[in-house]
Design a protein around this ligand. Sequence first.
Ligand SMILES: NC(=O)c1ccc[n+]([C@@H]2O[C@H](COP(=O)([O-])OP(=O)(O)OC[C@H]3O[C@@H](n4cnc5c(N)ncnc54)[C@H](O)[C@@H]3O)[C@@H](O)[C@H]2O)c1
Length: 422
Amino acid sequence: MSTALGNSIIKDINLAPSGHLKIDWVAQHMPLLNTLQEQFERDLPFKGKKIVICLHLEAKTAYLGLLIKAGGADVAMCASNVLSTQDDVVAALVERGVTCYAIHGCSNEEYMEHINKALDFQPDAIIDDGGDLVSTLHSDPSRAELMKNIIGGCEETTTGILRLKSLDKEGALKFPMVAVNDAFCKYLFDNRYGTGQSVWDGIMRTTNLVVSGKTAVVVGYGWCGKGVAMRAKGLGARVIVTEIDPIKAVEAIMDGHEVMPIVEAAKHGDFFVTVTGNKDCITKEAFEVMKDGAILCNAGHFDVEISKPDLHALSSNVREVRKNIEEFTFTDGRRVFLLAEGRLVNLAAGDGHPAEVMDMTFALQAMGLRWIVEEGKNLDPHVYSVPEEMDKYVANLRLQTWGVGIDKLSTEQARYLDSWAE
Ligand SMILES: NC(=O)c1ccc[n+]([C@@H]2O[C@H](COP(=O)([O-])OP(=O)(O)OC[C@H]3O[C@@H](n4cnc5c(N)ncnc54)[C@H](O)[C@@H]3O)[C@@H](O)[C@H]2O)c1
């Protein structure tokens, strides 16, 4: 095994043994990636290419990195969040020949240094999660030359795609990017069932408290919010949803949840989960009326959804009371508890989405990357949807691995659906 220790910046290579076990565990539960691995080893679609990947560095993303490497690429990986990095997994990746720049809990300055080190790798293509690679490339004039070599890339999440679309709208995007999040086989399953399960897993393992009988306030009823609310209900909580979009609010009510403004919901909640991709969704006005003991956490991409400046301004004392739990004591004596510094609770205080769910997302990532490497030179620098046949291929492969068959349209049915006269 040739290691990539020389160029990497990591916590400790001696942590690798438990990282290998974690990667091997998820690999057993990612049959789609295993199928792609056979194809990639045969076709070597990334032969001679340098690929830089910026993702939450835990076992499932590590397995994706190894798949891209199996496809012939030279791979460098950096983190998309300072708290989601698992140092043992990073060490194992390095032992398996992937260059890594990531240390759990590093400072924001170090985080940016790692991103820049990864870019120094001079990628031919990238995978981004949240847009930090792309925005660093586009905002630093010294990176202009580098961008000329980049064939294109893939973006993992809602927030990153919003950032890409605003770059594209300004005509400033320099290479084509695939919006992986917007594929059906991504957001319908990863955002909804993945976030739904892993957010409550993160909250429960961090707090060791019961959810049943409590009130959970879910801020934002998009694809992630729907999953978080659905699983809260399943755990026995009363669920209140807050929204800014009237259609989503109607949807939440029809799904059986209560809807009200955040300042009203703030009085009732025992747990608050923000999952909007927006900033300042829970601020001073809400903190001022919260119950003593309320637990706050975020599952949106950035730690800006719960106002940490407001929490600090209202507090006479702040202390860590348990791993990943900060207690804020307000001047009137009430306390609220913030999990994982307001960063993605399922990743910063858990292992992220279940492996089987990420299997579908990462199959799209790997196939999307192959498509962009093969076709990118012919594409203008815009944001592209995952091709429909790729989405269907992933769904069919998923069904196959479950051993589930479905019906086929007959020629007569296809003709009937296509005609207007019958
Ligand atoms: N934790 C994870 O593992 C994970 C997984 C996927 C996506 N994400 C991130 O979660 C966030 C949400 O993603 P999504 O796919 O659900 O997006 P989405 O666009 O489907 O939903 C966001 C919802 O938030 C609502 N919203 C916006 N501002 C609000 C406010 N101030 N108050 C209440 N509601 C508000 C919007 O109306 C929308 O319905 C993004 O930042 C995304 O990148 C996290």
